[in-house]
Design a protein around this ligand. Structure first.
Ligand SMILES: Nc1ncnc2c1ncn2[C@@H]1O[C@H](COP(=O)(O)OP(=O)(O)OP(=O)(O)O)[C@@H](O)[C@H]1O
Ligand SMILES: [Mg+2]
Length: 443
């Protein structure tokens, strides 16, 4: 009945042998004991044990994965470094170039994995500094927005104010991108809604977020909670129990390092990740990070975004000319661009690219220019564009890093062209395009 609570009761029946018989029947004493307190204590004990097991598991897996990753990181540094040198030293047209480039691409991919493994083991260097949480979140959301399939909705619900957190901006962005990617990948038939929310949370002493993550109990206090939710497939308890294990993946193309890296990063930030999931109805992952006092001075606010703050980006307009001697790279770039609404034309070298730019003149919004191409490479093409006084935004792409390329650029071009390192992910390419097109529009 309303107003009454059910209480678990342990019942014992005691026959009263020496009791006074009444009407020929035996007397029995019925004893009921309220065991709710004992039950709660047992549940708490089980939870503590589970957390301990999870923590030990994390400890040993982390040591194993971290040790392997550390070893391979050093070996890969030597491989990547030497491949880079060899690629620079070989004469153009050398038959070995192709193989070396592929080896280089593979080695870089391997390095990326190793970085995630190191993050899981908490062995990456995090430079924690007070961050403007809201600004960081907005940036991360803009990075993932292009990944949302056309029929799905990204719902962003951020408060007007959030306390700062002590964090490494790049790593926290990686966490959000990983969670949102998972949410998108969990949508059924690419339909549905992914929600990013954030709020300040007060953690009470008896709250136990992140039980399954093997994370240490969080101190009671103020936290920033960042939630990434989806109404996708959800997870069975079996899957859910393993999602933070490195290399655990249920996806065909999955690597199973996204969440393990995210957890390692969040732990290194003094936080945890909480999981709620229901098979068939969706998942919500909540990142909890200790909040700094509101008055903590943070990094200077980033330059105002070029797009509308919370709406969709304006539809891209114009044509992108993709210049790369590698047909596979051209075709991938064109497919990526099409997915984000850009039209594109392909050129196999700088000469062809220039011809296309000249032919389509006003319509060209951007030139995506590979550095090393036969006939006319990226730098020569840039010089030729300048000579013809054609001023269009140029995004250089190369297997080398920006630091390696920078010194080879003519001084007046440094900073004037954008840069994207191959192999790029869709997000990196689109982010680089937005940066450079934004710059082009502003100047
Ligand atoms: N939002 C979600 N909904 C349903 N399942 C999820 C969700 N997020 C994670 N998972 C499950 O957790 C597993 C591990 O996720 P994780 O991000 O670590 O690896 P992955 O996405 O498979 O590969 P990648 O290394 O490319 O991220 C996934 O394969 C999936 O089974
Ligand atoms: Mg993932």
């Amino acid at each position: 009945p309303p107003g009454r609570a059910e209480v678990p009761v342990q019942v014992a029946l005691h026959p009263l042998r020496d009791g006074v018989p009444t009407g020929g029947g035996a007397l029995v004493l019925l004893e009921g004991v309220d065991v709710s307190a004992a039950r709660a204590a047992a549940a708490e004990h089980r939870a503590m044990e589970a957390r301990l097991v999870a923590a030990q598991r994390y400890e040993s897996l982390g040591a194993l994965v971290g040790g392997i990753a550390h070893e391979f990181n050093n070996l890969l540094a030597a491989i990547v470094g030497n491949l880079g040198l060899a690629l620079q030293e070989l004469p153009p047209g050398s038959p070995a170039l192709e193989s070396l480039r592929e080896a280089d691409t593979g080695a870089r991919r391997a390095a990326e994995r190793v970085k995630q493994m190191l993050a899981y083991a908490g062995k990456t260097r995090s430079e924690l500094r007070p961050l403007n949480t809201l600004a960081r979140l907005r940036d991360a959301v803009e990075l993932v927005r292009p990944l949302v399939p056309p029929l799905a909705t990204l719902h962003v619900d951020l408060p007007a104010h959030l306390p700062p957190v002590a964090g490494d901006p790049t790593q926290l962005t990686q966490v959000i991108v990983g969670l949102v990617s998972n949410a998108i990948e969990a949508l059924r038939d690419a339909h549905g809604t992914v929600t990013v929310r954030a709020h300040e949370a007060e953690l009470r002493g008896d709250a136990r977020p992140g039980q399954h993550a093997g994370a240490p109990l969080l101190e009671p206090g103020r936290y920033v909670a960042i939630e990434v939710g989806d109404d996708g497939t959800g997870m069975t308890p079996e899957v859910r129990a393993r999602i933070f294990d490195p290399f655990f993946s249920t996806k065909f193309m999955g690597r199973g390092l996204g969440l393990s890296a995210a957890l390692g990063i969040v732990r290194a930030h003094g936080g945890t990740i909480d999981v709620e999931s229901e098979p068939g109805s969706g998942t919500t992952m909540t990142v909890l990070l200790p909040a700094l006092p509101i008055a903590t001075p943070v990094e200077p606010p980033p330059a105002p975004a070029t797009g509308p703050a919370n709406g969709r980006h304006p539809e891209p307009t114009g044509l992108v000319v993709v210049a790369d001697d590698e047909p596979a790279v051209r075709s991938i770039a064109q497919r990526l661009l099409r997915r984000y609404g850009y039209e594109s034309l392909a050129a196999a070298d700088g000469r062809e690219a220039l011809d296309l730019v000249l032919a389509h003149d006003r319509d060209v919004a951007l030139l995506l220019l590979d550095m090393t191409m036969p006939r006319m490479g990226g730098l020569e093409t840039l010089a030729e564009l300048r000579r013809l006084d054609i001023r269009i935004p140029v995004l250089l792409s190369s297997g080398f890093s920006e630091e390696e390329i920078g010194p080879h650029l003519p001084a007046d071009l440094r900073g004037a062209v954008g840069f994207v390192q191959k192999p790029y992910t869709p997000v990196e390419l689109v982010a680089a395009i937005r940066r450079i097109v934004g710059i082009g529009a502003a100047s």
